[in-house]
Design a protein around this ligand. Sequence first.
Ligand code: DGY
Length: 319
Amino acid sequence: MTKPRLWITRRLSDATLERAARDYDTVINHEDTPGSADALIAASAEFDAIIPCHSEHFSADVAAQLDPRLKIIANHSVGVDHCDLPALAARGITVTNTPDVLSDATAELAMLLMLGAARHAVAGDRIVRTGAWDFWSPSFMVGKQVTGSRLGIIGMGRVGRAFAAKARGFDMEIHYYNRSPLPEDIAAGATYHDTVESLLSVADFLSLHCPATPQTTNLMNAERFALLPKGAVMVNSARGALVDEAALLKALASGQIAAAGLDCFQVEPGGNPAFAAHDNIFMLPHIGSATTRTRDAMGFRALDNLDAFFAGQTPKDKL
Ligand code: DGY
């Protein structure tokens, strides 16, 4: 039987690529460059399936130009803000993502961001590394203690819950905002807030875990930063679109926000050059799910979705 033709837009894990090559007529973009709109449109005439990452943008404009040969886009990501889902659905294209398997890795990175931002990781590392550490005092690099503090989580989906589980190890008092409250056994003692504003008023530490949608664009803006307790720490390991970066800089400058830990930026790759001058911003280059185990699991989950689709079943993660 002829194998379906599959295009893999980026260099996925070796285990993923081996399995893909075994089961599909696979072409891999070994150059590992992001797929342009033209490349996606051209590929749709040659391939039955594409495994893209969040670096490939299936806008409404691209969706409208896709060849009917393309049947499924099996994303190698949980976030799908790079896909115009209604436009792809209108073209009859199945779209899947990779939930669950990256929750722990992303939550672990959010914890690193929170600790790093709270405890001066940027300045501390630099001062030791550059040989500039020539002074110590009890008032030197005093940070904000995570243990026992109040944590606000916006978006109590899989990653938000995984982050809450890790935060419980730090005895944090957990509060959350979600569209609806979680069942009590899952909330595990976390306090529900039915508005973002109510949550912010208690969030000495704030972590964002909701998807980027038109409704959540600039979710954290000047008005909302002002609602946080003075000296709060904000962490974003979800999507850059959630934060008004100019407002964040102002909140940091005024001391309203003591520090921020960011793995996501409005412009990626690259980030915000204006952040570089600020030691109280601890930054990483969108690597929340970047562990060997999780990258294998994401690749396998995307392939599981393809296997189901080509076996005539509904893929587990069909959106
Ligand atoms: C995701 O899965 O959405 C991560 O941000 C990596 O793309």
